[in-house]
Design a protein. Structure first.
Length: 351
């Protein structure tokens, strides 16, 4: 027997919980696909529904300076001539209430007939906590969070929305980017590649490593890694975000990295910068708007980063012990929370 449609949330709007949950998933998928493309802004996705729960428009924030997800979805709906039909908006992040490079999204929603707004995560920015909720509710709109959905997937959807903006939350609350270490270990647990090799993990691990790089706004490395491997630090095994430019932060107190390496990095589209210390580097990267930093360094700098406490997550690719077997991937969080990295999202991004 088909599951009955549960009560609509808003008088006159016939929306089933299943449709709202599906729209939440779609908004998350759209946003995850842009993770790494939007700094210093967070990735956001938005889906607009009519009174029967049909999708009218969907959009994600593409990059800083571009339209926010809600404004983009509203514009699409308007262009299609269906904005008058829009009754609900499902958005992965609380709509902004401040005037930035673009007008506030809370106001843009209020200018429509949308009666129900369902939000994935509260805005973590300390400048106006809960203000988007207040503005919308104050104007008589019904506002719910993903947690409020009476659906088996509600918690998973809400957690995904929170995870999506974790680098942004880290940047605005702690004043430094979210720091991920990427570490490859041989079967014997060494980071040093076998003679005359630069890599030793499987094709899948290498693709995952490039997916991590794709999302990073900056790569942080040490002089030892550069002198040993002359690494390109470009995104090659997966498609990159179009036009994305990354900072390459090089810790090099003794200035051993030659000018020629800086020139070649620039020629590859990177922005190399030399630093004397980890804290100074992270401070500068944060000031430059980086949300995510990927540490790709040898054992000396890896150890220093782990000891400093200035990191959030480590992704360890452990080489398989027998040929043909899969590498083991371990994800370690400094704070013991659920891992941020989830390679299913990368699969989605790259689909
Ligand atoms: N398996 C992996 O995941 C992986 C990844 C990358 C590289 N590697 C391998 O690692 C090897 C190189 O190892 P490595 O340890 O020499 O390279 P590294 O950790 O990348 O670089 C070490 C250098 O970074 C500089 N540095 C600047 N600030 C530092 C700080 N606060 N703490 C520590 N170091 C700082 C130091 O030079 P100054 O004193 O001049 O500043 C130090 O000698 C190569 O064989 C490479 O293939 C492996």
């Amino acid at each position: 027997m088909a599951r009955p449609e549960r009560d609509p949330y808003v008088a006159g709007v016939l929306l089933s919980i299943d449709r709202l949950a599906a729209a939440a998933q779609r908004a998350l998928d759209l946003a995850w696909a842009k993770a790494g493309a939007t700094a210093p802004n967070p990735p956001v996705g938005c889906v607009l529904l009519d009174g029967a729960g049909e999708i009218l428009a969907e959009a994600a924030h593409q990059q800083a300076g571009g339209a926010h997800a809600e404004a983009a979805a509203i514009a699409l709906c308007r262009t299609a001539g269906s904005l008058n039909l829009a009754r609900a908006a499902v958005v992965t992040l609380e709509p902004c209430s401040h005037v930035g490079r673009t007008p506030p999204c809370a106001d843009a929603l209020l200018a429509t007939g949308i009666e129900l707004i369902i939000i994935g995560a509260p805005d973590p920015h300390p400048r106006a906590p809960g203000r988007g909720f207040e503005i919308l509710e104050g104007a008589g709109r019904r506002v719910l969070s993903f947690w409020d959905l009476d659906h088996t997937q509600a918690q998973r959807l809400a957690r995904s929305a929170a995870r999506l903006i974790e680098p942004f939350a880290c940047a605005v609350r702690r004043g430094r980017p979210f720091v991920t270490l990427k570490t490859a270990l041989t079967t014997k647990g060494s980071m040093i590649p076998p003679f005359a090799q630069k890599t030793f993990t499987s094709e899948t691990s290498l693709a995952h490593a490039h997916a991590l790089r794709r999302r990073a706004d900056a790569i942080l490395t040490g002089s030892g890694c550069i002198l040993a491997d002359d690494p390109a630090f470009t995104v090659r095994r997966v498609p990159d975000h179009p036009g994305k430019r990354r900072i390459l932060a090089i810790l090099d107190r003794r200035r051993r990295v030659p000018d020629a390496y800086f020139a070649s990095a620039r020629a590859r589209g990177l922005e190399p910068r030399r630093y004397e210390g980890l804290e100074a580097a992270l401070e500068d990267l944060g000031a430059a708007g980086a949300l995510e930093v990927l540490v790709e360094a040898g054992p000396t700098l890896r150890h220093a980063v782990l000891k400093s406490g200035l990191w959030d997550e480590e992704v360890i690719f452990q080489q398989a012990t027998s040929p043909g077997a899969a590498d083991e991937t371990r994800i370690v969080r400094r704070d013991g929370a659920a891992p941020f990295v989830d390679f299913t999202h990368y699969t989605l991004e790259l689909a």
